[in-house]
Design a protein around this ligand. Structure first.
Ligand code: HEC
Length: 470
C-alpha cells in the first residue's frame, strides 16, 4: 500500500502544476452539410432574435461576456453577426461550448448543444445571419456578483497583495492562511474570488497541519506575501479542500456529506499567476462554507492511476491501471476528475463490477489540458464490494501534437513539471455503511487523504441552475 500512497501524494502535490501556457488547440472543422439529423428550416426563417439569441445567452455568455474568461463577448446581435461563420464552425466541431466528456445526461451542468441548436446556428450563419424581430430577443441572463453562494462562514486572504511583474514566466505562489479553528469541521463548498482575473490562472487549496508551510512562509525573504518553491507546494499536504479554475462556480455537497477540515489547519492557497504584460497586483480571497447539517458521511478520495514511460515520438502511447475499491465497502461515487498534462489524448475510467459487467465512469475522448473538469454525477454511482476501478489513458508524445512542450520530444515519465506527465483520475466517493450520525464512522487506510476535498476545477455553471440541494 505504501507505493500507492507515495504515488497519490506526489500527484496531489503536483496538481498545482496543472497549467502552464494556455494553448488553444484548434479543432474547428470546415463547414459542410448540416449536422446529421438536423432538418433545415425554410430558407431565411432562422433569425437571431428568435432562434440564435436564446442559444447564445444560455450557452455562451456565461464565459463570453465582459470580465469573463472567453476572449470576446457573445451578448448582442453585433457580437454574433461579426463571427457568424466561426460560431457555426466551433459549435459544429463541438469545440464550443467546451465540454470534454462524451457521455450524455449523466453529469451536472453538461455544456452541450443539441443537434438542432448546432443546425440552427449553421443555417443562420450561411443565410447571412438575419436579425429578425428584435423584440423577440430574451433578456440577458443575470450572473451573480460577489460570493455566489452568499457570505462564506470563513473568509481567508493573504496579508497583503502579491505583485506580479509585467514580463517573465508564470509564478506559482503559496499563501499560508491559518483557519484558527478549535475543532474538526466539515466543509460543504469552497469559493475562490480572484482579486485580479487578468493574472490568476488556477488556484488549489491544500491543507497543512504540520506547520511546515508556515515555516516556509516565515523564511521567505523576497518582501512579498507567501512563498514560492519549484514544483508543488514544498510540503506534504495533509489534504486539500479543492481547486478552482476560471469559469468555475461552486456548488454545495449534498446534505450530510462533507470534506473534513482538521482543527487549526492552515490552508495553503497555491495561486498560479501568469504575466499580463503590465505590472499587476492580486489578493485572492478564499471562502469556506461549513456544513450546516450533521455530517453522516465523509467525502473521500480514491486516486486511480497508471504507470507512465512514454517514448519520445510515440503518438499513441497507452497505459492502464487497476484498483480494487478500498477495503470491502459498497460505495457511492459523487465526482471524478481525470488529470493529465499536455501529452494527454484520451482517458477512460471504468468500474468493473463483480457481476462481470462494467460501467464507464467517465470518458474524455479529446483531452484538453486547459479544462481540468471535475465531472459531478447527477445521481451518485453506486459501486458494490468487489468492484475494480480501471483506467486507460492514451498520450501523444510526437511532434504532431501541437501542445507537446518538448521540441524535439523527450522520453517522458511521471513528474510535477508541465513537461512531465501524470496519469490519474481522482474519484470522490462516500461509503454506504458509514453513518457518523449514528456513531458508525468508517476508518480506512486513505484517512491520511481524508481531508482531500473536491477538485472543483469543473467548468462554469450559471447561477440560475445553481440551486443548492434542498
Ligand atoms: C465555459 C466557458 C465557455 C463557454 C460556455 C463558451 N466558451 Fe467559447 N471560448 C471560451 C474560451 C476560454 C475561449 C478561448 C480559448 C479557446 O479557444 O479555447 C473561447 C473561444 C471561443 C471562440 C474562438 C475559437 C477560436 O478558434 O479562436 C469562439 C468562436 C467561441 N468561443 C464560441 C463560443 C460559442 C458559440 C459558445 C456557446 C455556444 C461558447 N463559445 C461557449 C470559453 C467558453
Amino acid at each position: 500500500m505504501s507505493k500507492t500512497k507515495t504515488y497519490a501524494l506526489s500527484a496531489l502535490a503536483a496538481a498545482g502544476v496543472i497549467s502552464a501556457a494556455c494553448i488553444a488547440a484548434h479543432h474547428a472543422s470546415a463547414l459542410a452539410a448540416g449536422p446529421d439529423g438536423y432538418r433545415a428550416r425554410p430558407k431565411g426563417s432562422v433569425t437571431f432574435a428568435r432562434d440564435i439569441a436564446p442559444i447564445m445567452l444560455d450557452n455562451c455568455t456565461s464565459c463570453h461576456r465582459q470580465g469573463e474568461i472567453a476572449p470576446f463577448p457573445l451578448q448582442s446581435y453585433e457580437d454574433a453577426k461579426k463571427r457568424a461563420l466561426q460560431l457555426a464552425q466551433v459549435t459544429e466541431s463541438r469545440y464550443m461550448p467546451p465540454w470534454h466528456a462524451d457521455s450524455h445526461g449523466e453529469f451536472m451542468d453538461e455544456r452541450r448543444l443539441t443537434t438542432e441548436q448546432i443546425g440552427l446556428i449553421k443555417q443562420w450563419a450561411e443565410e447571412g445571419s438575419p436579425m429578425g424581430d428584435p423584440k423577440l430577443i430574451p433578456p440577458q441572463p443575470q450572473f451573480p456578483k460577489g460570493w455566489s453562494l452568499g457570505a462564506p462562514d470563513i473568509v481567508l486572504q493573504p496579508s497583503a497583495s502579491f505583485r506580479m511583474a509585467a514580463e517573465g514566466g508564470d509564478v506559482y505562489r503559496c499563501f499560508v492562511l491559518p483557519t484558527n479553528t478549535t475543532e474538526d469541521k466539515y466543509v460543504s463548498a469552497i469559493e475562490v474570488r480572484p482579486g485580479n482575473s487578468r493574472i490568476v490562472h488556477h488556484v488549489i487549496a491544500y491543507l497543512d497541519t504540520s506547520g511546515k508551510a508556515r515555516q516556509l512562509e516565515a523564511n521567505n525573504k523576497d518582501g512579498q506575501p507567501g512563498y514560492s518553491v519549484a514544483g508543488g507546494i514544498g510540503v506534504l499536504p495533509t489534504g486539500a479542500l479543492g481547486g478552482w479554475a476560471p469559469g468555475n462556480m461552486p456548488r454545495l455537497l449534498p446534505d450530510g456529506v462533507g470534506t473534513r477540515l482538521p482543527k487549526n489547519a492552515d490552508v495553503i492557497l497555491q495561486v498560479h499567476y501568469h504575466a499580463s504584460g503590465k505590472v499587476e497586483t492580486d489578493q485572492t480571497r478564499f471562502g469556506i462554507y461549513l456544513s450546516k447539517t450533521p455530517i453522516d458521511k465523509r467525502l473521500r478520495l480514491m486516486p486511480v492511476f497508471a504507470p507512465l514511460s512514454i517514448p519520445a515520438g510515440d503518438a499513441n502511447y497507452s497505459t492502464n491501471g487497476r484498483f480494487p475499491l478500498p477495503f470491502g465497502h459498497n460505495v457511492s461515487v459523487l465526482e471524478v476528475m481525470p488529470h493529465m498534462h499536455l501529452l494527454g489524448k484520451q482517458m477512460t475510467v471504468t468500474a468493473d463490477l463483480p457481476d462481470k459487467s462494467s460501467k464507464t465512469l467517465v470518458r474524455v475522448p479529446n483531452w484538453d489540458f486547459n479544462w481540468q473538469t471535475t465531472y459531478e454525477y447527477k445521481a451518485p454511482v453506486r459501486l458494490p464490494i468487489g468492484t475494480v476501478l480501471s483506467l486507460n489513458a492514451v498520450y501523444d508524445n510526437s511532434t504532431g501534437n501541437p501542445t507537446n512542450p518538448s521540441r524535439p520530444p523527450k522520453h517522458v515519465t511521471w513528474g510535477e513539471q508541465t513537461t512531465d506527465e501524470m496519469c490519474i483520475a481522482f474519484v470522490w466517493y462516500t461509503i454506504d455503511s458509514e453513518h457518523i450520525t449514528q456513531g458508525k464512522p468508517v476508518k480506512d487506510m486513505l484517512d491520511m487523504l481524508g481531508g482531500l476535498g473536491r477538485g472543483s476545477l469543473r467548468g462554469l455553471r450559471r447561477q440560475s441552475s445553481d440551486a443548492p440541494p434542498p
